[in-house]
Design a protein around this ligand. Structure first.
Ligand code: AHG
Ligand code: MN
Ligand code: MN
Length: 332
């Protein structure tokens, strides 16, 4: 596709970009463009709350725990509701699964061509500290129109995704997504009230010297990770810089822009890994591969993992291919 070059003064919104892309790539339908717009509409609403934290009580804990036994912030639930409401109005959406709902939300028993997975608020433990948080989404097409158990069509490997993306509520609010034709970034312009194209066809830089891992868990890592950590901090390798935000969306976005590698290995507390396959690892892996990087559980490609349950966790490594392969050379 000839990259659309908007005239100097013109600004391209995410929806315009999707419709332009749609004209040249049949795989991208108007419905998908509209669907992504439903998500970004909800995200603008979520951004309002994130950016005013401290003036409202949304970063306070609810006294409930989610299916993962994790504390839930009011904004976790609110963001979840905003996304489901916005998607519920879209007749093309059949089923929505989210980190905050134990079971999938069946919006339409019949009809609706898409199924969605999302983490409404990623990194919410950072919310009250004013640190970047995010929303992650993953879109698949329904694999069949009739089913007895929704899990038949929900538990699909990540290579079935047709689109994935995230919104990061950071120093700027950015939308990054892929529909399988590269990774594109849009910045929310508060004056316009819309996401405007800011980067196209993003790829990981090829020599970012940044490693991102929670070394507080090093005592329970597989020994290979600690051998890699010794190397990455050695004179021979260096100098690398350690950066760990603790919001995966922000750690991913920094890795995409500055390069390097991220790892959340299995730990004693999370023996399967902490990050969830369907709405954290899969969408991030799709974007990572479209950005010419790599995403693995340390042994195999994230996108090829056949899920066995909706909220299953996986170890997750992503970033520049050679950096991910370096870690794998130590752990395998
Ligand atoms: P969530 O807030 O959706 O539960 O996700 C938090 C995740 C992820 O964003 C981040 O990479 C990871 O938790 C950080 O975990 P640790 O605090 O254990 O490092
Ligand atoms: Mn998360
Ligand atoms: Mn979350």
């Amino acid at each position: 596709m000839k990259a659309y070059k908007s005239p100097e003064h013109a600004l391209t919104s995410a929806q315009q970009f999707l419709l332009l892309e749609q004209n040249s790539d049949s795989h991208l339908t108007k419905e998908l463009a509209l669907l992504i717009s439903s998500i970004t509409l909800a995200s603008k609403h979520i951004a309002l709350y994130v950016k005013r934290d401290g003036l409202t009580d949304v970063s306070e804990k609810t006294n409930s725990k989610n299916v993962h036994g994790e504390e839930v912030k009011k904004l976790d639930e609110l963001a979840d509701k905003m996304l489901i409401n916005s998607l519920g109005l879209n007749a093309d959406v059949a089923i929505v699964s989210s980190e905050e709902n134990e079971n999938p939300v069946i919006l339409r028993e019949s009809g609706g061509k898409y199924i969605l997975f999302f983490d409404p608020l990623d990194g919410s433990s950072n919310l009250s500290s004013g640190i970047a948080v995010g929303t992650i989404f993953s879109i698949m097409e329904k694999s069949k129109t009739t089913y007895s158990d929704p899990m038949e069509i929900i538990l699909q490997p990540g290579n079935r995704q047709i689109a994935a993306g995230y919104i990061m509520y950071g120093s700027s609010t950015v939308l990054v997504f892929t529909t399988g034709k590269g990774v594109h970034m849009f910045t929310l312009d508060p004056n316009v009230g819309d996401y405007l194209l800011s980067r196209q066809n993003m790829t990981f830089p090829d020599n970012g010297k940044c490693y991102s891992i929670n070394e507080g868990n090093a005592h329970s890592f597989d020994p290979g990770y600690n051998k890699w950590l010794d190397w990455v901090k050695s004179n021979e390798a260096g100098p690398y810089t350690g950066r760990y935000i603790g919001s995966m969306v922000a750690d991913f976005h920094r890795t995409l822009i500055q390069g390097g590698v991220f790892a959340y290995p299995a730990t004693k507390k999370s023996p399967e890994g902490k990050l969830r396959l369907m709405y954290e690892a899969n969408p991030i892996a799709f974007i990572a591969e479209q950005a010419k990087g790599m995403a693995t559980n340390g042994k195999s490609r994230i996108l090829d993992i056949q899920p066995t349950s909706l909220h299953q966790r996986v170890p997750l490594l992503f970033g520049e291919k050679k950096e991910v392969e370096k870690i794998m050379s130590y752990i395998n």
